[in-house]
Design a protein around this ligand. Sequence first.
Ligand code: IVH
Length: 706
Amino acid sequence: MSMSAMLNKEEATVRIRQLREIISENNRRYYVENAPVISDYEFDMLMNELSALEKAYPELVTPDSPTRTVGSDLDTSPRGQEARQEFEQFPHKYPMLSLGNTYDISEVEAFAERAARTLGKTFTFCCELKFDGTAICLTYRKGVLAQALTRGDGTIGDDVTANVRHISNIPQTLKGNGYPEEFEIRGEIYMPYKAFDRLNEERLRDEDQPFANPRNAASGSLKLINPKEVQHRGLECTLYHLLGENLPFLTHDEALKAAAGWGLPVSDKRKICRDIAEIEEYISYWDTERKALPFATDGIVIKVNELPYQKELGYTAKFPRWAVAYKFKAEQALTRLKSIDYQVGRTGAVTPVANLDPVLLSGTTVKRASLHNSEQMHLLDVRIGDYVYVEKGGEIIPKITGVDMDRRKPDAVVPVFPDKCPDCGTKLVRDEGEARYFCPNTSGCPTQIKGKLVHFISRKAMNVIAGDATIEQLFNLGYVRRPSDFYSLTKEQLLNLEGWKERSAQRFLDSLEASRKTPFEHVLFALGIRYVGETTARTLARHFKDIRALASADRQTLLEAEDIGEVIADSIIDWFSREENREEIDRLEKAGLKFSVGDENGQKSSSLAGNIIVISGNFSVSRDEIKELITAHGGKNSSSVSGKTTYLLAGEKPGPEKVKKAGALGIPVISEDEFRKLIVSGEESGQENMDNGEGNDSAPVQLTLF
Ligand code: IVH
């Protein structure tokens, strides 16, 4: 890198420190948050710059430099993009390393030459697709899936076995009997494009942040709390690396063939290549053909095929010397911008959406792409008729990332962002610091109303079985104008709708009836308060326990809740300050919806309220059940012992580090029996609380404050 060669030692020291910070931050965003803000290519360029500087000044290398360590997916931060499990962690039997990667074919040639020089004999390469997902390590014992660990920091991984059991193509038991007694097989969990598109559509509809790409979606989904939810995400797995003691295979290819025979998902797209010419042929074939694959790939992995030679070449601290990854640059497509629509969302935000000449991009035909907001349109200097670059990734998918100015025609038209709502004609407003324009007519703009109704019944909100078309019908006939109207619909009214029959009407009414039992946190999400997504609604419900407390909370009180910042706090205050919203809550409450945390949430008592409990070891029931008990009794479970911890709940064989730390901090260590006694005695006192009128566990809440 020419730039680094120009730096003197002092400058290099500063730049190295800066690069390490930037790289660590981006590693965290990629591996932990699953929400990267820079492209893989930009990231790799930062790494290259750091490597070059460390090469020029070896005395500045430290063992914890990102050039020597693998990016960690272990979450050390208090918040993530969505609710995730705190997983038990286990050490890897063999370190889980990364791969050296390059975008430059001459570096692949250099890798092949280096291997040939070191080995000094004839050998072959096994070329494979580089699957763009999240790494997984499966252990099978006696033919049964025993454990699944994420890569973690390469040394210790998160135990995601419960979630992995819900990935349909991972067998719980192997076929036949020719497999070793115990072995590990590593691979990638990925999300096919179809499942990814479906998930993001759902997230956009629910105003949750969409995932930037299938890789982030896969990694986020693997760390969800609820294994059943994982099943719904449609993840798949492909395996590419068999490890174990005394395995009877001479080549990597043979090992994968055997694994496929045991019923494990192994890709059949690999190829044995004898020289660099064959490798290049494989690369160029897949550079085109991968676009038709139903899942994301980001390159090709080239491995020395003979296992004894792999052993001979060995590893650096971070990579195997027997493999390298050639990476493809992010896919872009160039197409013509035909027109721009301005769409109103359920919160009134107006988004410019580009209509494009259809173009193939990462496996799907793209006809529409987001232009984000007026500021972004201005920055891109985009005109109607321009040829624009479209990319999948980023906030809204796909998106326009640039304009081919060389192809701009003189008659290209400068777009005009409307000053009135394209639906109801109300003058648009833009709050200070907001890049987006909003239609302020929240209670009268038909698109916003319909959007709110669709959101209200959506799966993660009230989960009523009905589609957008039903809402359109119900709205157009004037039957439903606000969420509470759903609950006074009659069968006769439904039978008036075109295409409705007795059975569909009954199904819809049954679904509405069932929705009355929806837990408070989902009801709160269903209300559609701006910035209150699924996770925030859960936090608020757990913190405030009932709608009265939330509605009367002032700014300061709201800010005290975990992860609630000023923007969310102001939006909540604004929402509850509107009379129409308060009246609607009254109506929904009369319809029987839950507006407090109660039995429906599994809340059994508040005996552990205020306690932060760390668990370690094995119990008479699963660790998940213990965690559920803690929350059901009002406590909080945390993964690491700190000054805030109230108890360390130690089962059989607790982690020695946790016990030691608890001892050092003077935190009581309790057994499962003692823990159960705490809950029982608490159940009694919980009852007293309710009698005092202070408890809110199951008593119906009267909305007297309005
Ligand atoms: S082999 C010792 N083969 O890419 C490392 N990795 O960027 C052995 N990956 O950490 C890894 N497809 O998670 C291998 N066909 C493939 C792969 C593959 C995707 C991932 C893997 C690795 C990452 C490095």
